[in-house]
Write a protein that binds this ligand. Sequence first.
Ligand SMILES: [Zn+2]
Ligand SMILES: [Zn+2]
Length: 384
Amino acid sequence: MKKTVTALVWLIASSSGQSHDLTALPLGDGKLSQSPKLGWIWACHVDPQAGGAQRDGPWINAAKGTYDLTAKAVVPGQVSWPSQFSISVQQDQRVFTSNDLPNHATGTFPIPSSSDAYRYDRNPNSIGAQTMRVALPVWPQLAAQPSCVPGAIGFLQSGAVLFNALDAPGRDAVAHETQDACQGHPQESGVYHYHSLSSCLPDKREPGGHSALMGYLLDGFGIYGAYGENGKALVSQDLDECHGHTHVITWEGKQVSMYHYHATPDFPYTAGCLRGSYRQADVQTISGPRPQRGGGNTPGGRSGPPGMDAPPGAGNGMPQGNSNGPGPGPGGGRPDLNKAAAALGISAQKLHEALGPPPPDLRAAAAKLGISVEALQAALNAAR
Ligand SMILES: [Zn+2]
Ligand SMILES: [Zn+2]
């Protein structure tokens, strides 16, 4: 079995008595709360009926309630992408624009049937370019009350988005799903995402040992690596219910005492709740176009709420009907081109021209628009 040891060396806690043994990390399954709770996640949505990885890999020890991260199957491959993203400050807003293609290589998706990972999680999805733009406060404020965590929670400095710790049915996604060597994989509409920090983002520690800024959550607060003040290796118990704390950090070139999140090697890996307010529209944006299969023969036949991971069938080993096919899904009716164009961030006329007269050639249209077939397909399906 392919090991992830080298990629995860950065995670190994060195200076903390509480450091976690990566070969026996606690499974996060069931640690779902309805309010802020330390070491748990207060998720806005889960669907116990949704699909997930089809069976437990041998790295999961259900009896002990642990898993061996170093023995987990890794999706193989070294695929490079034309990553395009920027994170810039415009007045009081931090503007993130991205095609969600990461600035590092990814594994091969759909997961090759010859790979070890395929035996446990047949994620049939392909990575596709997205159109994302969100504007967050540069100087976020703590809300009066924390909020539940949406499925998609922020973005990392790789240009790709961060989802919460859970798979669609609400289990520990890091333990159950298979990811590539950078801890990412695509969901149904092609959105490449992580459920934990990516080891392909180097943690250039700050003077004093505190982790570097790794990205931003949708409330505008930063998320840092696994090291706190004086280089202390952090675990969930060192942080608050939302997986953050307040101390002096460098922010926009200033030394300020400010709230921020940390990633840790243990569940819930990143945010357990959000301390600032966020907009549902931003969740939708970084979740990508909503996958939908209208009335077809897809098992389950429902799609997850925004930001949720692979909906039914995806990754549970069932044949995936139309989730990756080049043609429109069965029984969906005509897509509303205005809606699809809006989801893609282009004009309806441009989309209309690219598609040409019926029947549309999706590959040619996607090439004309400079996006993936999957992204176009997803936008059209979502607009039915
Ligand atoms: Zn800190
Ligand atoms: Zn996922």
